[in-house]
Design a protein around this ligand. Structure first.
Ligand code: TMP
Length: 209
């Protein structure tokens, strides 16, 4: 695919959505065409699945059922939004992608990593060119995330230990895959945006990450 695929990952409240918007603006200012999208969601069908997985009681779905729902949403997002944008040569920035399933479903509630990986290989089969991991203390992240008004708190309601496991899992995953860059997400939005830009411009300068 000719475009460039960037994913943003991190625990809840790590600031990646704010930074995604700023990164898209910076790239557009350089003349790039950018599709800024998100998971779960990013296409009409996947946005419907988003409501199912993010709202309601924590025990509404098992981790196994979540794997199926998030993967179904991702497949639709890939077909309807990501692949067409990359084929047009655009930069795609996705606020979360498959690494979120690897962590939130794969390791936080028992070891379901093999199921996640097999389903990913079968149904998705692509990885981003570059993944920015926004790393932040989970207590800070959780207080930011729960301070937001809204109904999408099913994962935040799983608590601090859940977010701590997720942070450790993301850092371990980042250490395994060269497409990752870890960004310190502690600080005001301008400071974090400058860190992001440093990482992305260096990666662009090298061609693909
Ligand atoms: P957001 O707050 O970044 O929009 O993400 C929504 C929530 O969905 C977040 O708590 C993490 C969760 N999630 C998963 O558990 N698995 C996934 O595959 C994705 C994409 C998100």
């Amino acid at each position: 695919m000719p475009g460039l695929f960037i994913s943003l990952e991190g625990i809840d409240g790590s600031g990646k959505s704010t930074q995604g918007k700023r990164l898209a603006e910076s790239l557009r200012a350089l003349g790039q065409t950018v599709t800024l999208t998100r998971e779960p969601g990013g296409s009409p069908g996947a946005e419907e699945i988003r409501r199912l997985v993010l709202e309601g009681a924590t025990d509404r779905w098992s981790a196994e059922t979540e794997i199926l729902l998030f993967t179904a949403a991702r497949r639709d997002h890939l077909e309807k939004t990501i692949r067409p944008a990359l084929a047009r040569g655009e930069v795609v920035i996705s606020d979360r992608f498959a690494d979120s399933t690897r962590i939130f479903q794969g390791i936080t509630r028992g070891d379901l990593s093999q199921i996640v990986d097999r389903l990913h290989e079968l149904m998705i089969g692509v990885e981003p060119d570059l993944t920015l991991l926004f790393d932040l203390d989970p207590a800070t992240g959780l207080s930011r995330a729960t301070a937001r008004a809204g109904k999408e708190l099913r994962f935040e309601d799983m608590g601090l230990a859940f977010q701590q496991k997720a942070r450790a899992g993301f850092l371990a995953l980042a250490a395994q895959h060269p497409r990752f860059r870890v960004v310190d997400a502690d600080g005001d939005p301008d400071t974090v945006a400058a860190r992001v830009w440093q990482v992305v411009s260096a990666a662009l300068g090298q061609g693909r990450a």
